[in-house]
Design a protein around this ligand. Structure first.
Ligand SMILES: NC(=O)c1ccc[n+]([C@@H]2O[C@H](COP(=O)([O-])OP(=O)(O)OC[C@H]3O[C@@H](n4cnc5c(N)ncnc54)[C@H](OP(=O)(O)O)[C@@H]3O)[C@@H](O)[C@H]2O)c1
Length: 312
């Protein structure tokens, strides 16, 4: 393993800089004195980044030449962009893998930090995932295009790769991720459902916490580290459905396993999975201490009540 970079201000290229996690991460990086260049695919995203002092590199995730140039010009890369087309996961995974391959190739032999987003889904069915659990996903046809292992393979070629495994819900007011989609399904159906007996659990973290973890990881994580952005190890899906039911004054009900696909649509796959994960090793390694509200507390406080998310 190469040495961590320490507390040095860097020129950082961030993909997904305008996103839910990315925009909070960029604020944290700027506050730490880093010089940030963000990939932006639209005028709106470019303007939002420029307004807070971020340099803009225009480009789409499929514009690998722009991603390559952005990576080559930077002292560190944080890759958070994702197409998130859950109705065409193959396309999202292919784009993810191609971007990771491009960034890795651009950084070979530099020992520069390459932090990339990942998740905890499917890592360790039946028990909470830990940082020691290598991803079983290898190759382009696996979830997220096997991008975590692809990126970690670059450690042996002189890249300081660090995987950022975010809890399946990075929650908070303004979230358009999984909990917002589940809430939208509940409103559409007039009932807040949970899969089966609702004992399968989801790890969770409030949006205020991962940005700090990314900045700490950039400064201090050793090459090859897998960091878990997880505050709560596992919140039962029944508790989630009950909180959504309270938020929208909807009845709460179990949805039989044979009906979950029809009821929940594409989110059924994730909402039916046990996605628990711990973060003890991450906290120990970096001194990271999540401080944001818990998921149920957040839903009860109205985080999902004030906006209309878009379903996939
Ligand atoms: N949020 C969660 O709960 C969660 C949980 C686990 C893992 N993750 C992972 O963490 C990463 C960040 O997630 P997030 O919640 O911040 O996502 P997000 O809010 O959906 O943001 C996605 C970012 O990617 C950009 N993007 C999307 N399609 C693009 C394309 N074709 N070309 C260039 N840029 C594109 C978006 O740009 P625009 O602003 O222009 O749309 C945006 O900046 C993702 O890899 C995600 O899978 C998130």
């Amino acid at each position: 393993m190469t040495e961590p970079k320490g507390d040095i201000a860097m020129r950082v290229f961030v993909t997904g800089a305008s996103g839910w996690i990315g925009s909070a991460t960029v604020d944290e990086l700027l506050a730490e004195g880093h010089e940030v260049t963000g990939l932006a695919r639209s005028d709106a995203s470019a303007a939002a980044l420029e307004a807070k002092g971020v340099r803009v590199r225009r480009g789409d995730l499929d514009d690998l030449a722009s991603i390559r140039a952005g990576a080559q010009a930077a002292e560190a890369v944080i890759h958070l962009a994702n197409k998130h087309d859950f109705t065409n996961m193959a396309a999202s995974s292919a784009a993810e893998r191609a971007a990771v391959q491009t960034i890795g190739d651009a950084l070979v032999g530099t020992n520069r930090p390459f932090l990339l987003a990942s998740g905890v889904a499917g890592l360790t069915p039946g028990r909470p995932a830990t940082e020691d659990d290598a991803s079983p996903f290898q190759g382009p046809d696996s979830p997220r295009g096997g991008s975590e292992n692809l990126a970690l393979d670059f450690v042996g070629r002189g890249v300081h790769t660090v995987s950022l495994r975010f809890a399946p819900t990075v929650h908070g007011a303004g979230d358009h991720g999984f909990i917002a989609v589940i809430a939208a399904v509940a409103r559409e159906k007039g009932v807040s459902g949970y899969p089966g007996d609702g004992t399968n659990r989801w790890a969770a973290v409030h949006r205020s916490d991962p940005a700090r973890l990314v900045a700490l990881g950039l400064a201090k994580a050793p090459a090859g580290a897998r960091l878990h952005a997880v505050a709560e190890e596992g919140v039962p899906t029944r508790d989630i459905a009950e909180a959504i039911g309270r938020a929208f004054s909807l009845p709460v009900t179990s949805v039989a396993p044979e009906d979950v696909q029809d009821h929940f649509g594409w989110i059924a796959t994730f909402f039916s999975m046990d996605l628990a994960a711990t973060s003890a090793a991450t906290r120990e390694l970096l001194g990271w201490q999540p401080a944001g509200p818990a998921l149920i507390e957040d839903i009860d406080a109205g985080a999902y009540s004030a906006h209309t998310p878009v379903t996939g």
